[in-house]
Design a protein around this ligand. Sequence first.
Ligand code: BGC
Length: 722
Amino acid sequence: MKDQQLTSLLNQMTLEEKIAQLQQLAANFYEGAEEGGQITGPMASMGITDHMIENSGSVLGLSGAEQVIAVQEAHLRKNRLGIPLLMMADIVHGFKTIFPVPLAIGCSWDMERAELSAEIAAKEAAVSGVHVTFAPMADLVRDPRWGRVMESTGEDPYLNGRFARAFVRGFQGNDLTDDVSRLAACVKHFAAYGLSEGGRDYNTVDLSERQLREYYLPAYRAALDEGAEMVMTSFNTIDGIPISGNVKLLRQLLREEWGFDGVLISDWGAVKELIPHGVAEDEAEAALKAIKASVDIEMMTECYVHQLPALVADGQVDESIIDEAVLRILKLKQRLGLFENPLRGADIEKEREVIFCEAHRTAARELAVKSCVLLKNDQVLPLTTEQRIALIGPFANNGDILGPWSWLGSTEEASRLAPALEARAAAGKVTVAEGSGIESFTEEQWLEAKAVALEADVIVLALGEHSDMSGEAGSRSDICLPEAQRELLQRMKTLGKPIVVVLFNGRPLDLSGVIENADAILEAWFPGSEGGAAITSLLYGDENPSGRLTMSFPVSVGQIPVYYNHFNTGRPLHAPGADKRYVSQYLDIPNEPFLPFGFGLSYTTFSYSEPNLSGEIMTKDQPIKVTVTVTNTGNVQGEEVVQLYIRDISGEVVRPMKELKDFAKISLSPGECKEVSFTLTEAQLRYYHSDLSFSSDPGQFKLFVGPNSQEVKERDFRLTLA
Ligand code: BGC
């Protein structure tokens, strides 16, 4: 359909038909479409009528080719103008083939594999009839109490931006019209949802506009620069204004300043939530504020359909505002080719071939391997096939390793650790016991586990959080492993055998009680459908761990927020000659996180040469080339993530102690060395000043190269802007 035809379609629509396009309801409102093509089930309590359903523009969470085809066909029979529905769903880290959770994918520092994971997720979802995914989530996170950190790629704005782009490329491909195996991407949650106070979900956010622009907005922006079709508003307030009614952030910044002309959808119920937030007296005021802020689609509440007709009639809302919103929705349908091809990728036959196929599972396994992070290894790993292994713990033989937002993943079909280890070890070498539940521990469990452990050479303890302990509405104030599992570990320690802990979890944990009792720790996160196989290949050294943390692990919750790119303060702790007391510190714990951003071990070791600079003066036209030689000094092949950070010594605004500017992931054979070069330009030194201008300051800088944000080699340089 051409643009002109879209306009003429819009002109044929009644006001009610237009407003219904702005309503999004869940799949259950469309139940029964298969049987005789009847649309039934509108919820009386919401006052949703058949007419509204027949004219609605999109559906939330419907998939399965057969069902989608039935609903779309039934809809087209009823819809006066034949406008197809958009099928939207949360395809976050896989559809049926589940990849590791995004925080784990972050730890891979692997853009190609991240992109591939999104491409595969799109392929499986598209053949099942989905058109739009509510992903990527590009929220920057610094508080592991917040359960949704597992949906983010971490605490760094630059790295999050790189991942956001990779995911958008993977979901959308190059041409949504012709390539029906792709999905339109909806970047979320705009904006700064990750800063929820106290790590409590849906809570208040407040920060300066400068910080918002510097840390929180770049990853959403990166997704849009990559062409993401849609944006979702977040639940939180900023500066006292809930986002779904925030004219400054949505209409002025997102639309006018950034030029975003795609579809903007509220998060679930967020338009009506303007009432409990306390900025709207009733549904009419909520609808008025949201439409004025340029929210096009209202998800799951019904303020628009009930209130906009009267608001237009009495002149409070100009119909042209509604027209703009509808046109944006129609344009998205046009770009997805839905007018010509309303069933798009939905294909019952192909669904069987594509979904959860071997190639997809292989990709999931490979990404899980790259996402695991080796946190500790006192010469216990890798295991050998001849060792007798006691595999113990609530995750020893558990398929619940897909993590939140894996609604179509099958925990039954997930690769569990026990069978994977049994298949890899020599026959009869692995014995399994539960040891404890996730939050419960009985003497019977202990006695069984103890007997198994006493027969073994090595104990592998598979511990972690239940998948409900993170994700949406999954905030925790205590982020240690549950007491029951710490007790299990402590008792295992008394048996005097080497202990390897494998962790399944959705957030950086407080590892008290784990770190002192384990000889090795492999952080597996929620590794997805192929988790057991991936972990097994790492434990036996068929693969070498290469993941690096993208979110700091705190010493304890008292340190939160703790992140690598913090300020120095006027009274830094480690300054030469500093006072012992009157410095910025805790009396009882260190300032540094337990494990820093960028950290991760390997079965080999790497050494770094001093960084070599092409010059010590940078200008606008003359970047600095930084070269470092990295050598594999161990006995096995391994991958290293070489990280480049800078510090602006004297800014107009205080600059962070370190800022990640680039990285390179390299593979080295034993004894091999490689030169790694980065080109650092003036543009990479720019930041938001107090007047919100984006520029660099001449003067002194440091650059750092190293394996993580703490162990670095540094050099000085100057920027001159004459
Ligand atoms: C979540 C979103 C999600 C939406 C639709 C909300 O509760 O915050 O991330 O996309 O539900 O499922």
